[in-house]
Design a protein around this ligand. Structure first.
Ligand SMILES: N[C@@H](CCC(=O)N[C@@H](CS)C(=O)NCC(=O)O)C(=O)O
Length: 206
């Protein structure tokens, strides 16, 4: 059975939990990392030398890096659905997944850590403001791309919506000033009606 390690408050773990639930894959999920600890054992280091979450074990295949895990699960268990078979469509899904991991997600990290995980009197306001401005600028790119679209690529949910959706959940839930993003809000609400997101994309952020 698929095993997933990682605290469910992690956006990167949420991507994997949602994918497993979306595909109705029988799985176990172990809370490790953050306040749960467990990343400094020799056994965990052997699975992921980065000592980060998430990690999966699927029938002996140990894998880390959240987007790689989502791609693997989609390719193995959801060809033609979460995993677009058309190479050009898949390239666009990959493009949005890589953009999320390398641009949008890192841009909002200082704002997230400052506003959600740091006591008010210890916050670096300048860092939070710079992070918010960058995350908002990038959020506008996704807003523009979602105009007149139900999903980010193609006509149905793909792996790219899952990865983007987890990060959009975080951005849309941060206590910051944001530009108006009606297309993103409609898309996000559509994603949040899916049973697989219930209990995974939760509030408040923590
Ligand atoms: N690029 C990696 C990043 C993994 C990562 O940074 N994970 C964080 C949580 S989001 C982590 O393990 N932090 C240490 C901890 O939770 O104790 C991925 O996408 O899987």
């Amino acid at each position: 059975m698929l095993k997933i390690w990682g605290r469910s408050s992690s956006v990167n773990v949420q991507k994997v939990l949602w994918t497993a639930r979306e595909l109705a894959l029988p799985h176990t999920a172990e809370q490790v990392g953050g306040k749960f600890g467990g990343l400094d054992t020799p056994e965990y280091g052997a699975m992921n030398p980065n000592r980060k979450v998430p990690v999966i074990d699927d029938g002996g295949l140990i894998l880390w890096e959240s987007n790689a895990i989502v791609r693997y699960l989609a390719a193995r268990y959801s060809e033609g659905a979460l995993w677009p078979t058309d190479v050009a469509v898949r390239a666009q899904a990959d493009r949005w997944m890589d953009w999320t991991a390398t641009e949008w997600q890192p841009a909002m990290v200082p704002a997230f850590l400052g506003l959600i995980r740091t006591p008010e009197d210890q916050r670096d306001t300048a860092a939070i403001e710079a992070s918010t401005a960058k995350a908002n600028q990038l959020g506008q790119i996704l807003e523009d791309a979602l105009q007149q679209k139900e999903y980010i690529v193609g006509s149905h949910l793909t792996m790219a919506d899952i990865v983007l959706g987890c990060v959009a959940h975080r951005w849309l839930s941060l206590p910051i000033e944001r530009p108006k993003t009606p297309a993103m809000n409609t898309w996000y609400r559509r994603l949040m009606t899916r049973p697989a997101t219930q209990g995974v994309l939760v509030l408040p952020l923590s």
